[in-house]
Design a protein around this ligand. Structure first.
Ligand SMILES: C[S@@+](CC[C@H](N)C(=O)[O-])C[C@H]1O[C@@H](n2cnc3c(N)ncnc32)[C@H](O)[C@@H]1O
Length: 377
């Protein structure tokens, strides 16, 4: 029987907390039955203006289509170097009884590993319909600590603060998933205990100047520079210079002349603003050779002492390396290639762009170029 509560102290019951936290991210009303919230209760809350129907439970952007299915999720799962590195970090960091939030849970793999590591509650936030699969798989594996919530993670507020906030928000050239990282930052800042931990902790973005006839011919401008089969393709070269393409490649370590860091990220305190930077770095050629552009790779600090690297000398991952071709330059021994790297969003569709400009000064620095703008997608 309902009693009016016009006096006395009131607060949320355990069921009320569960309801509130599950409504912080819009979700299907029918799914709430599973946590004991009937349609009748929702009707009363709606009649009093406390909840309303929302149409944004589905992924708002094409951007997420790439993740909505097993093709891409499987691609990440079969990357053992990646997934076992996250597993090691989760097993070292998550303690029995912890509350964990996995931002962008996809197949739910990291959330389930956290539950296996002893977490009392793991909330897996996922925008795409993979949420249903993740939930189904967690149930099938008897991992009752896992709760999957579908919606944009950025608006999630937990009923109780979390001990660990984690996420795998790393795009093929690292920076593409800047929106996902922005959601991670919001979840972290709103829900992580002051002494809580994040996975991953930090990262460094690296560029290597390369000397590789093979890459230059197969993916760079090399193929267009000499007639092939007696046909002159040089017009294609000019067109590609104006709209250069990034290629995902498995580069040979011997192609690297020199590697420099162009950005660092601290995921414990940083924000997506750190993804927008300008950095000028110099590459020195110890011996005479050719400059054929850059490869991009990164180092991810998953926990103290555990670094996942994606350079050509490390174990292969699904990220491989990103090749950014540039017109070839001959470099003498001791010659220097100075490059300005900057990141920005394309005005048309907010996709992350990397602009690379060689700035030779004629005094030992070689190369001088228009900015080559690579759209990372
Ligand atoms: C790189 S995948 C990682 C999937 C899984 N955590 C793993 O490690 O295999 C990123 C996932 O985050 C999801 N995602 C990206 N931005 C999101 C957001 N703002 N809210 C919820 N999910 C998001 C994507 O749909 C995708 O499934």
């Amino acid at each position: 029987m309902l009693r009016n509560m016009t006096s006395g102290r009131i607060g949320l019951s355990a069921a009320g907390r569960k309801l509130l936290s599950s409504l912080k991210v819009p979700r299907e009303a029918s799914e709430l039955e599973a946590i004991g919230v009937s349609g009748e209760i929702l009707g009363v809350l709606q009649a009093h203006g406390l909840i309303e129907r929302q149409d944004n439970t589905r992924p708002p952007l094409d951007l997420y289509d790439a993740f909505n299915g097993w093709k891409s999720q499987r691609g990440m799962l079969v990357d053992h170097a990646r997934t076992t590195a996250f597993q090691r970090a989760i097993e070292a960091v998550v303690r029995p009884g912890d509350r964990v939030i996995d931002v962008g849970t996809g197949s739910g793999v990291l959330a389930m590993l956290a539950a296996r590591a002893g977490a009392a509650e793991v909330v897996g936030l996922e925008v795409t319909d993979m949420a249903r699969w993740a939930d189904r798989i967690a149930r099938a594996n008897g991992l009752d600590a896992v709760r999957i919530v579908q919606g944009d993670a950025g608006s999630y507020e937990a009923a109780d603060p979390a001990d660990v906030v984690m996420g795998e928000f790393i795009g093929m050239s690292f920076l593409e998933e800047w929106r996902h990282y922005a959601a991670f930052v919001q979840v972290r800042d709103r829900n992580l205990k002051p002494a809580g931990t994040v996975i991953p902790r930090a990262a460094r973005l690296l560029l290597s100047a390369i000397d590789s006839r093979k890459l230059y011919y197969e993916r760079g401008y090399g193929f267009w520079e000499a007639p092939a089969y007696g046909i002159d393709f040089s017009e294609v070269r000019e067109s590609e210079i104006h709209s250069p393409q990034r290629y995902i490649v498995s580069a040979d370590h011997s192609a690297i002349v020199c590697t420099r860091e162009i950005a660092t990220f601290d995921f414990r305190s940083g924000s997506e603003r750190d993804y927008f930077f300008t950095s000028t770095v110099e590459f020195i050629y110890p011996a005479a050779g050719s400059f054929h552009g850059f490869i991009g790779h990164f180092e991810l600090d998953l926990m103290p002492g555990l670094v996942l690297g994606t350079g050509p000398a490390t174990r292969e991952t699904h990220w491989h390396q990103s090749y950014f071709p540039m017109p070839a330059v001959q470099v003498p021994a001791g010659g220097r290639v100075l490059v300005r790297a900057r990141t920005f969003l394309s005005p048309a569709d907010d996709r992350m762009c990397l602009g690379l400009t060689l700035t030779g000064d004629g005094a030992g620095q070689v190369g001088d170029s228009q900015e080559a703008v690579f759209v990372l997608e």
